[in-house]
Design a protein around this ligand. Structure first.
Ligand code: ADP
Length: 207
């Protein structure tokens, strides 16, 4: 059995994260890893509450949403049935579609980014990914993809907001580059070309 890894994908909505999570999971399985793929917001109760806000079924202030995400992430880590820490202990390589950098970026647009980073300190101290893979796409391209494939558009999915979110991702990466392993991948390529770039980065650490 291969040494298990914890890998996080980051990017704005429509950047191709979930597509690449699936492809990387398949590749790692071929290489002999047991793989558990997961995502944030989770589908546990706190994550479901957050999704209801995103879908406009209920409203909440941005500070409340930022705090709910802190709680959802702690549950994602520590849940004793399907938490990331438990899965790693069971020998799985875990790939998550979004982790704390998504909070820094999405909530940093509305709430002081340093507060968001501090509020997530418990998660960052508990478990840092071996690698954060940021799939970078121009917001106009991601909006085009979302508009052509999705029936509904979420709270954050406007061009103006995604421009601001992308800028906050960059601000957060710059702030934390000394302590986090971050790779940037050009998301404006074919799905196969992106998967190849992802694998080049992951194969280095998946020995
Ligand atoms: P995310 O999980 O980041 O929101 P998805 O992986 O769901 O993004 O991709 C959003 C949409 O764009 C999907 O319809 C997907 O098939 C499509 N897509 C993903 N990657 C690419 C790509 N490299 N080129 C063109 N379309 C893509």
């Amino acid at each position: 059995m291969k040494q298990q890894l914890f890998i996080a994908f980051e990017g704005i909505d429509g950047s191709g994260k979930s597509t690449q999570v699936k492809l990387l999971a398949e590749k790692l399985r071929q290489e002999g890893h047991k793989v558990y793929s997961t995502f944030e917001p989770t589908d546990n109760p706190i994550g479901s509450l957050i999704r209801n806000i995103f879908k406009g079924r209920m409203t909440a202030d941005h500070k409340t949403i930022a705090a709910l995400n802190v709680a959802d992430r702690l549950d994602h880590l520590y849940n004793d049935v399907n938490g990331i820490i438990k899965k790693l202990e069971e020998g799985y390589t875990v790939i998550t579609d979004r982790y704390y950098f998504s909070s820094y970026a999405y909530h940093g647009v509305h709430v002081d980014i340093d507060w968001v980073i501090a509020a997530n300190a418990m998660s960052a101290a508990a478990l840092k990914p071996a690698i954060h893979i940021f799939i970078d796409v121009p917001p106009a391209l991601s909006m085009e993809r979302l508009n052509s494939t999705r029936g509904t558009i979420d709270l954050y999915e406007t061009l103006d907001n995604l421009e601001q979110v992308r800028a906050k991702f960059m601000e957060a990466f710059e702030k934390l580059k000394a302590t986090e392993n971050i790779v940037f991948i050009d998301g404006n390529q074919t799905i196969a070309a992106i998967a190849k770039d992802v694998w080049e980065n992951v194969s280095d650490i998946a020995k």
